[in-house]
Ligand binder design. Structure first.
Ligand code: TXA
Ligand code: MG
Length: 311
């Protein structure tokens, strides 16, 4: 997608005034504001109806800027070199002198940090004098947005500007890893754990069901389209939509395919838009056929399982 410089300029102008805009990323769209500004960060929480104890991810253009705010370690450099920019978020220790707003972290001394890999978002970050705090651009506990229309659906005119960046290429949020001590994954995401293991050359603890609120992507109900979801189903009720990972000969009006060939990357990319589409088409519930629990399939199953807690 071509970068429209007038749009970048407009985005910068709004952000420089400590207001919020929506930004495209390769994972999902974000609701962004100046991470050094209390005013901007408070507004993000308000718009998203997000509880203030749920911290935000801060997006950086380069390590040079990050160094001012966080302590970096060997594991960080290893993973950064291999996967950044990309769908991985690091939990790091904050520097005492960091300028990050206390609203971002809810006064804690650690920070979630990501280097997004979307040309338009990168261009914007490069032009700013501050990093951007940005949670996913959806209302709290609902399905994330993967295109500008999804953002409009959730926020209407409440967001001043949406920086257009086409459809998110990954379609699932970043994988979150706490690397302050022993590496620990807090949220499954767009980067497979097996790839992280290979680089760190060690086993990694996975704490995605923790009761504490260290990462509310871990909350039980999340990513919900607002109608009940039943998992691992072979049969579908008459008025129900069925989500299937791969196109089969049996094609019915209420069948929704995540991929033509069963490709997990394609399925991930289509997951959230399919959930939104089914809701829009008026179905009152969703059945999902079994999805292999491998690679990105694990993240897809994690999201569907949390979405299925809706009653
Ligand atoms: O792909 C993504 O990560 C997208 C794009 C916009 O970058 N962002 C995103 O943000 O998914 P959000 O706010 O929807 O989810 C961030 C998750 C939340 O579950 C939050 O609790 C967790 O990250 N988190 C943020 N800061 C944290 C911290 N310091 N320690 C532990 N978890 C943290
Ligand atoms: Mg979110």
């Amino acid at each position: 997608m071509k970068i429209n410089l007038a749009n970048i300029k407009k985005a910068k102008k709004i952000l420089d005034k400590s207001d919020c805009i929506a930004v495209p990323t390769e994972t999902v769209y974000g609701l962004a504001g100046n991470a050094y500004s209390d005013k901007a960060c408070k507004k993000i929480f308000r718009l998203k109806k997000r509880p203030k104890y749920n911290p935000l991810i801060v997006h950086y253009y380069s390590i040079k800027n990050l160094k001012k705010d966080c302590k970096l370690n060997e594991n960080f450099f290893k993973l950064y070199k291999k996967f950044c920019p990309g769908p991985i978020t690091f939990i790091l220790e904050l520097n005492k002198k960091s300028r990050i707003s206390k609203f971002v972290t809810n006064n804690k001394n650690n920070l979630a940090v990501r280097f997004p890999n979307h040309p338009i978002f990168k261009k914007l970050l490069k032009n700013l004098k501050y990093p951007l705090a940005a949670p996913s651009a959806n209302l709290s506990s609902k399905v994330s947005a993967v295109c500008s229309n999804d953002v409009k659906e959730d926020f209407g005119k409440k967001i001043k500007f949406i920086l257009e960046g086409g459809r998110s290429s990954i379609g699932l949020e970043s994988t979150i890893i706490d690397i302050r001590n022993k590496p620990r994954v807090l949220r499954l995401g767009g980067l497979e754990i097996s790839k992280i293991k290979r680089i760190l050359n060690r086993n990694i603890q996975i704490s995605i069901h923790s009761q504490s609120i260290s990462s509310p992507g871990q909350f039980k109900l999340h990513y919900s389209p607002g109608i009940p979801i039943r998992l691992n189903q072979k049969k579908v009720d008459k008025d129900e939509a069925l989500i299937v990972i791969k196109k089969t000969k049996q094609d019915k009006k209420n069948f929704y395919y995540l991929s033509k060939s069963g490709d997990l990357k394609e399925a991930a990319k289509n997951l959230y838009s399919t959930l939104r589409k089914i809701k829009k088409n008026g179905y009152k519930s969703i059945a999902v056929s079994k999805i292999s629990n491998f690679g990105l399939g694990k993240t897809i199953n994690d999201r569907l399982k949390r979405a299925s807690k809706y009653k």
